[in-house]
Design a binder for this molecule. Structure first.
Ligand SMILES: NC(=O)c1ccc[n+]([C@@H]2O[C@H](COP(=O)([O-])OP(=O)(O)OC[C@H]3O[C@@H](n4cnc5c(N)ncnc54)[C@H](O)[C@@H]3O)[C@@H](O)[C@H]2O)c1
Ligand SMILES: [Zn+2]
Length: 359
């Protein structure tokens, strides 16, 4: 097992990463000073797979409490579903000191995190991420959110968990496309901040895709260290944390224009390939680095280009992204693998050229 500390002034916490650690959650919660009740929020799929192991460990540590389940799917990360959860927390007599445990992927982490942040003005939150994306990205950093109509992730709160438990054995049951989806953020972290990790990924991509527990523990831990480092320096996303948006300027736009038929990771992979190409055309990234990035994405089961997409709609969607400040579209570009910088000096015509594969 590896332990990573997320250093924040008043809100520090540990992320524990390992194989087969789920049953230990109860004892760890007791060590943190909790007792009595603990409530699990999960989705139907994950409940069937892992709720028994988790609640067994909780019971052995003397906890009682229920399991609140919602159907899986991004479409249900809504205020309405959150409202239902508040009612069920009331029915379960959840108090200010009762930990809420988010067991599942990023959807569960976001909505259960949002509910924990707001119910009784905040109850303790424990993240137990079960997708690669949630283990390397969404469970660390304290962003919680629900969607509301067209406002995706725009109703939310910064709310840090008390503990994150990432059991890489849970990734064995993850569908292949979900593993690839998480790999997009893994490749992103390496590409912006860690050339050593990038090399490790290139060497071990087959083991990762075959879900070798030792290799998965290593990549999850290394990714958490990267994300934790960025978050510790910029908890509320005012500066440095922006580099985490590599691939996301084009990616978010492509995702929206596809009508969300592309998964987030697929759209970000297309976005990273495009933004790497933009980095090359502005004279920063060399040819070899662009090919290495694309090859790694392909080996991780991700797309690097998009055939039938309305390029004008993508350019227009980029201008309407929530991260646009003072009318400038902000890009994260690469100087080299492992070195990123932020700029708003990318012309729409260059984006058009790169997306259409011309120029
Ligand atoms: N808060 C943040 O900083 C942050 C960052 C990135 C993404 N997100 C959010 O994360 C969400 C996406 O998360 P996700 O990709 O984990 O998707 P998800 O939570 O929808 O999970 C994907 C699917 O996998 C299933 N699943 C989960 N764990 C499983 C397991 N171990 N075995 C088998 N099936 C399993 C789920 O039931 C679901 O059907 C989005 O809502 C996105 O906005 C948040
Ligand atoms: Zn992302």
């Amino acid at each position: 097992m590896q332990t990573i500390k997320v250093e924040l002034e008043r809100n520090s916490y540990e992320v524990r990463v390992g194989a087969g650690i789920l049953p230990r959650a109860g004892a760890w919660l007791r060590d943190l000073g909790y007792s009595g009740k603990a409530v699990i929020i999960t989705d139907t799929t994950v409940k069937g797979l892992y709720a028994d192991v988790l609640s067994g460990g909780l019971a052995r540590a003397g906890f009682s409490g229920g399991i609140l389940e919602i159907p899986p799917g991004e479409g249900l990360k809504t205020l309405e579903i959150a409202g239902g959860l508040y009612e069920r927390l009331t029915d379960a007599y959840v108090e200010r000191t009762t930990p809420v445990i988010a067991l599942g992927g990023g959807v569960i982490g976001d909505i259960a995190g949002f509910v924990a942040a707001t119910y009784l003005r905040g109850v303790p939150l424990v993240q137990v991420p079960t997708t690669l994306l949630a283990q390397v990205d969404s469970s660390v950093g304290g962003k919680t959110a629900v969607d509301h109509g067209l406002l995706k992730n725009m109703i939310g709160a910064f709310y840090q968990p008390r503990l994150v438990i990432a059991d890489v054995d849970t990734l064995k049951t993850l569908p292949a496309d979900e593993l690839s989806n998480g790999m997009a953020e893994v490749v992103k972290h390496a590409a912006i901040l860690d050339a050593g990790l990038f090399h490790y990924l290139e060497k071990n991509i087959a083991e990762i895709m075959a879900r070798d527990a030792g290799v998965l523990e290593e990549i999850v831990a290394r990714n958490v260290r990267i994300k934790a480092g960025v978050v510790a320096q910029d908890e509320r996303e005012t500066g440095l944390r922006a580099v985490l948006n590599f691939g996301h300027t084009v990616g978010h736009a492509v995702e929206a224009v596809s009508g969300f038929t592309l998964k987030h990771g697929q759209a970000v992979a297309i976005g990273m390939a495009a933004e790497a190409e933009i980095s090359r055309r502005v004279g920063k990234l060399n040819d070899d680095a662009v090919s290495r990035l694309k090859n790694l994405l392909v080996e991780a089961g991700l797309p690097v280009s998009v055939l039938d997409i309305d390029i004008e709609a993508v350019v227009s969607a980029m201008r309407h992204d929530k991260k646009v400040t003072a009318g400038h579209v902000r890009f994260v570009l690469l100087d080299a693998i492992g070195e990123a910088y932020v700029t708003d000096a990318v012309s729409p015509s260059l984006v058009r050229e790169v997306l259409s594969g011309h120029g």
